[in-house]
Write a protein that binds this ligand. Sequence first.
Ligand code: TLP
Length: 361
Amino acid sequence: MCNTDANPILIDFKENSMRPVELRSDTMTRPTPAMRKAMAEAEVGDDVFGEDPTVNRLEAMAAERMGKAAALFVPSGTMANLVSQMVHCGRGDEMILGSLAHSFYYEQGGSAAVACIHPRTVPNQPDGKLPLDELEAAIRDDNIHFPRTRLIALENTHNLCGGAPLDPAYLSAVGDIARRHRIKLHIDGARLFNAAAAFGVEARQLAAEADSISFCLSKGLAAPVGSVVCGSAEFIHTARRARKVLGGGMRQAGVLAAAGIVALNEMVDRLVEDHANAHRLAVGLAGIPGLQLDPERYVTNIVYFDVIKPGLNAADLVAALQKEGVRMLASGAHTLRAVSHYEVTAADIDCALNAMAKIMK
Ligand code: TLP
């Protein structure tokens, strides 16, 4: 059983004294003591009336961090994407996105089911990009037979592409295409700060081309709940209406926003540690016979690898790891996912690698 020393940031938490090495997702992070204190002390009001001072403060901070005029606090990354899509597209309009986009893959087809938006996919390359020529070719001409293309949606970092970050030059090339065709660009930046850390740039540099950009507070930044969508004042005005019709108008949401403010102030600069830990894991896994991955591919906090030992599948391996106190996700018949975050230390990574080596022997 892995039982490494508690991360100092969590030392106050009793439940943390005997903890598994939790690598299933960075969504597993629990609020830090500073967040819990800020939540308890948050000044609140009715946010549907625009009167929650803590939500207003978080939204102003988020807009500033993204270099946009305004921002909107929403309950989840899924709602952030859907709200943005609803603002940019009307009924029957088309959105172009990657074949492996979270919005296409993991959001129940909400864009179609709820917002009546027609999704058109372009194959994602392993680095998370959509080839520029294919992207541009997918934009429809004005023809009575076609839906109208209104939106390109990118994902940065790209979850199913191993946390691949999209660089400023690529984003600027996509921005050019969108402008030339007078369509909008939305970026699902659930892990945008991971991308910024990977390139050593400010998040706003990765947001510059986007008409709307969302980021999650509840993944690597460790807040318990929430995402923020950022864009122009006009975009946010309409996004606020979309959030309300989706049932996302929260009242004294300042108790949640307070944790988000701590997340932005205290949890962004440390993401490089998660990247170092994920890399340490990837390199270690690559050295274990029966596992297959290219460790150099993983530059943020998400690692995927295949189990190629005959007779062993991902579900069996996950079950065996669980018995050793290590939690990973089976994301395919022979593929596993491991995600680092602030509750995972370098010692935890070594513990996970030891458990894996023992099982694979
Ligand atoms: N991703 C979750 C699962 O849904 C797969 C995870 O564990 O990685 N965009 C991206 C890129 C995401 O990875 C996620 C969540 C979302 C949006 C949705 O965020 P939430 O869960 O807050 O709705």
